[in-house]
Write a protein that binds this ligand. Structure first.
Ligand code: GAR
Length: 207
């Protein structure tokens, strides 16, 4: 059984997609042990509560400095003995100690086709604003392993989404979620739970 910690900051629609996939048997052998949010008001926490899943808020604002926050995040996560950390719209930088402790065991969903519209400053709606401003005709989403950089780790899955003439950032964000994110994030977990993913020479291989 692959034990998951899901880190969230907002609405938690990606968390919901994971929970639904587990409930419906599309992901076998995985269980969400804990949901951790940096934002007390995140609706994602409510989604966890409704399912009776352990959930907690660890906010940088509640700690004397970043090191204290990082230590708490690491310790709390460790206390749930998870095998995989899933960043599902988590908008806080993961501390290097955590990346080292969970090498190739942290995945992130990003709402573009990496390496486009990613890295520092590209998160949430800003990604879609960037795509529309540049006038790309195709965008999408990426699931990747997390390394020390921002959105630089090995790419596991990607799915393309067509941009429409009349798209607004909000409309495009919704379609990228529906057509790509909510599909490839559960699929990535399914593949990892089935033992089908390996990272070799900086690349994620699915067998
Ligand atoms: C999602 O679109 C996710 O891809 C994005 O935040 C949103 C969270 O929505 N993540 C990033 O931008 C990370 N760089 P959700 O809370 O409804 O899942």
């Amino acid at each position: 059984m692959l034990k998951l910690a899901v880190f969230v900051s907002g609405g938690g629609t990606n968390l919901q997609a994971i929970l639904d996939a587990i409930d419906e048997g599309r992901i076998a052998d995985a269980r969400v042990e804990v949901v951790i949010s940096n934002n007390r008001k995140a609706y994602a926490l409510e989604r966890a509560a409704q399912k009776g899943i352990a959930h907690l808020c660890i906010s940088p604002a509640d700690y004397a400095d970043r090191d204290a926050f990082n230590r708490e995040l690491l310790q709390k996560t460790a206390s749930y003995s998870v095998d995989l950390i899933v960043l599902a719209g988590f908008l806080v930088v993961i501390p290097p100690e955590m990346i080292a402790a969970y090498k190739n065991r942290i995945i992130n969903i990003h709402p573009s086709l990496i390496p486009s519209f990613c890295g520092k400053g590209y998160y949430g709606l800003k990604v879609h604003e960037g795509a529309l401003k540049r006038g790309v005709k195709v965008t999408g989403a990426t699931v990747h392993f997390v390394d020390e950089g921002t959105d630089t780790g090995p790419i596991l899955l990607q799915k393309a989404v067509a941009v429409k003439e009349d798209d607004t950032p909000e409309r495009l964000q919704r379609r990228v979620m529906e057509e790509a994110e909510w599909k490839i994030l559960p699929e990535a977990i399914r593949l990892i739970a089935a033992g089908r993913v390996q990272v070799e020479n900086g690349k994620a291989i699915v067998r």
